[in-house]
Ligand binder design. Structure first.
Ligand code: HEC
Length: 119
């Protein structure tokens, strides 16, 4: 009894810590993801120069540009978006000189998530 008592209390305490920590970590991660998604969306619609929305259709953003491909059909993953934005592709200009790395990452996250291209 004198041994099982403290052991059980210890396990109980460890479980309580896990239960308390895991949802918080998940929430913190979701909040960070949401902030990046929102930043990427704002850049897509107007923060980037010229704005992605001028040339691309992306339903989630309400964008109807038709110079470039419909991103809902391309469904690019994050790496593909980042490569296009950094280097430019075809008639699309490079944004490497006007957007920070963090902004390009936010755009990549937003476009891949909003089009279902995130894997
Ligand atoms: C001036 C018009 C224009 C603007 C502005 C523009 N794009 Fe594009 N984009 C294009 C064109 C045209 C293509 C197709 C290029 C090709 O394949 O030759 C393209 C292609 C892409 C692709 C597909 C790349 C691939 O690998 O096939 C992605 C993703 C993309 N653009 C994202 C963006 C994002 C994000 C922004 C804003 C930062 C943006 N574009 C701004 C015209 C534009």
């Amino acid at each position: 009894m004198s041994k099982a008592g403290p052991l059980r209390a210890g396990v109980g305490a460890a479980l309580a810590v896990l239960v308390a920590l895991v949802p918080n970590a998940a929430e913190a991660q979701a909040a960070a993801g949401d902030a990046q998604f929102a930043e990427g969306r704002a850049l897509f619609l107007g923060g980037a120069t010229p704005p992605c929305a001028v040339c691309h259709t992306l339903k989630e953003a309400g964008a109807t540009g038709n110079v470039g491909p419909v991103l809902d059909e391309v469904q690019p993953d994050e790496a593909r978006v980042a490569a296009a934005v950094r280097g430019g592709i075809g008639a699309m200009p490079s944004f490497a000189g006007s957007l920070s790395d963090a902004q390009i990452r936010a755009l990549a996250r937003y476009v891949s998530k909003a089009t279902g291209g995130a894997r």
